[in-house]
Design a protein around this ligand. Structure first.
Ligand code: ATP
Length: 134
C-alpha cells in the first residue's frame, strides 16, 4: 500500500509523525479522508480526533482545531494544541469538562459562552480519544 508522511505540529513542538495509508479528520465543512496522492489543499479543522491508518493499526490524535495542509509528499496538521492518547491527562480533561459545563449552566452575564463551549468540546474530545472513541 502507498503511504504518505504525516506530521502533527503545535507551538510546543511536534506531537506525532508517521507514514500512513490514510488520514481522516473533521474539517469545518465535513469529514475529510486523505489518501496518498491527494491534491494539495488547506482545510480548517474542527476540534476532533484525527485518525491515522496504517494496515490494521489506527492511531488517534486529539486535535483542538487548527489546519490540515496537504502537499504532494506530506500532510501537516498545525494546531494550537494536540495530544496523542498517552499524553492526555484524563483527570485534567474531566475537570476542564466540569468547569465548562458549570459555566454554561450558570445564568450569569459575565460568562463567555463561546469560550466555555469550545473548552467543553476540547475536554470531551480528549476524553473520547483516551477511550478510543471518535
Ligand atoms: P485546561 O483548562 O485543562 O487547560 P484547555 O482545553 O483550556 O484545558 P488548551 O488551551 O487546549 O487547554 O491547551 C493548553 C495546553 O495544555 C496544550 O499544550 C495542551 O496540549 C495541554 N493540555 C490541555 N489539556 C490537557 C490534558 N487533559 N492532558 C494533557 N495535556 C493537556
Amino acid at each position: 500500500m502507498k503511504t504518505v508522511k504525516v506530521n502533527v505540529v503545535t507551538p510546543d513542538g511536534p506531537v506525532y509523525e508517521a507514514d500512513v495509508e490514510m488520514v481522516s479528520a473533521k474539517a469545518q465543512n465535513g469529514e475529510l479522508g486523505i489518501l496518498p496522492g491527494h491534491i494539495p489543499m488547506v482545510a480548517p479543522l474542527q476540534v476532533g480526533a484525527v485518525r491515522f491508518k496504517n494496515g490494521s493499526n489506527t492511531d488517534l490524535v486529539a486535535v483542538s482545531g487548527g489546519f490540515l495542509e496537504v502537499r504532494p509528499d506530506q500532510v501537516t496538521i498545525l494546531a494550537q494544541a494536540a495530544e496523542t492518547p498517552a499524553r492526555i491527562d484524563v483527570e485534567r480533561a474531566k475537570s476542564a469538562k466540569m468547569r465548562a459545563e458549570q459555566r454554561l449552566q450558570a445564568k450569569q452575564d459575565n460568562v463567555d459562552f463561546k469560550r466555555a463551549e469550545l473548552a467543553l468540546k476540547r475536554a470531551i474530545n480528549r476524553l473520547n480519544v483516551t477511550e478510543n472513541r471518535y
